[in-house]
Design a protein around this ligand. Structure first.
Ligand SMILES: *Cc1c(COP(=O)(O)O)cnc(C)c1O
Length: 392
């Protein structure tokens, strides 16, 4: 796979970020022509995209449909919430980071009822907690879970959340933005009403659209719910089924790139192979950086193969912006942390890169530390105290 990697020698750094991420040369190359949105060729591409995504959701696929939505991933989250939650509905949002909180804010904009369970920076919402809240608040109609909370990198326990939601007779919506395509998501087993993901995460396409995968009966009965013309999943679905077209200007080049990204996804061995590659990426970077003295925010059990949060070293010689520049100078774009309590940074494991690249990342980090005169990458005691909460 190496020749298809971004080549720092050509001035293109690796993006160790959770999307946009490093894409294959073939994916970029697929964008070098123009398509008419009305033309049969492009309509066939849209059809192909929808059916290939649906083929990835397990045995439940025939009961579901795939509706692409223009915009970044948040547009699809907003489309899902606005379309499936009726105007008098109420959503239990399970938040443990920025994306859960964004979903809650979206519901406030939409004027939908909200019950927010805010677990802070990274503690996972557990099934028993969900069951307790659903029993005590009968007005809740839907539960929103974030599959991988990309702000800390935690892999949330969606199976136990799904079980509690189903047992209480409520409907489950999942933000699987940064997980779908690598982590298993069996819609039937999870009794999932709808979930969303986007082009520029684990499928390794370029940004420009997201997609909602939802039960057909739920889409059919979502007519009239949406607050928004352009984010109405039912309307997009109806038009796409009738005419094969997107309602408004589609991101044609992004769609072409995405189909190429799907080819590569399939050729690699689908989601299981991608999960294996991302997991090796994570294992190499975690082991390597721990070897330099860095510590991860999360205990191994909660570490996702998507992105990992590391504490910044306590050493006064460490400066994040200097570290960032030193890493960038070696061809690696890293990602600042999003924790409110202690300083941190993140390393993404997804995108067109493998464990050899991750070994170079570790070497680059060691070089950056030596340039700054940091002798130990050990985090402050407060960081480790923080981490104990998760173990408790
Ligand atoms: C990337 C991501 C989103 C969408 O973010 P955009 O910037 O709008 O693409 C939503 N939820 C999660 C968990 C994500 O990782």
């Amino acid at each position: 796979m190496s020749p298809a990697f971004p080549d720092p020698a050509l001035g293109e750094p690796f993006l160790l970020t959770p999307g946009p991420l490093s894409t294959a040369w073939e994916v970029k190359d697929a964008m070098l022509r123009d398509w008419g949105s009305w033309d049969d060729g492009f309509r066939a591409m849209t059809r192909d995209l929808r059916s290939r995504l649906l083929a990835m959701v397990g045995d439940g696929a025939p009961a579901y449909d795939c509706v692409p939505i223009q915009g970044s991933g948040s547009y699809s989250v907003e489309a899902m919430l606005g379309s499936f939650v009726p105007k008098d509905g109420k959503v239990l949002v399970l938040a443990n980071g920025a994306y859960g909180l964004r979903a809650a804010k979206t519901l406030q904009y939409l004027g939908r009822g909200l019950h927010l369970l805010d677990k802070g920076d990274y503690l996972p919402p557990r099934g028993a907690e969900v069951a307790g809240i659903l029993a005590s608040d009968p007005a809740i109609t839907h539960v929103l879970a974030v599959h991988c909370e990309t702000s800390s990198g935690i892999l949330n326990p969606v199976e136990e959340i799904a079980e509690a939601t189903h047992a209480a007779g409520r409907k489950l919506l999942i933000d699987s933005m940064s997980a779908f395509g690598a982590l298993p998501l069996d819609v039937a087993a999870l009794h999932c009403t709808a979930f969303v993901s986007s082009a520029n995460k684990c499928i390794e396409g370029v940004p420009g659209f997201g997609f909602v995968i939802a039960r057909k009966d739920e889409i059919a009965s979502a007519k009239g719910n949406s607050h928004s013309l352009s984010l109405d999943v039912h309307a997009q679905w109806e038009t796409m089924n009738k005419t094969g077209q997107w309602r408004f200007t589609p991101p044609t080049h992004t769609v072409a790139a995405f189909l190429k990204a799907l080819d590569l996804h399939e050729a690699e061995g689908g989601a299981p192979a991608r999960l294996a590659r991302y997991s090796r990426n994570r294992d190499v970077v975690v082991e390597g950086l721990r070897g330099l003295g860095f510590e991860t925010l999360l205990a191994d059990r909660w570490l996702s193969p998507i992105i990992v949060t590391f504490f910044c070293p306590e050493s006064p010689a460490f400066d994040f912006s200097r570290f960032y520049e030193l890493m960038k100078g070696q061809g690696f774009i890293i990602y600042p942390g999003k924790l409110t309590v202690v300083d941190s940074f993140r390393i993404g494991c997804i995108g067109r890169m493998d464990e050899d690249v991750m070994r170079r990342v570790v070497k680059a980090a060691g070089f950056a530390l030596s340039q700054m005169g940091v002798n130990s990458a050990a985090p402050p005691a407060a960081a480790l105290e923080e981490r104990k909460k998760l173990a408790a």
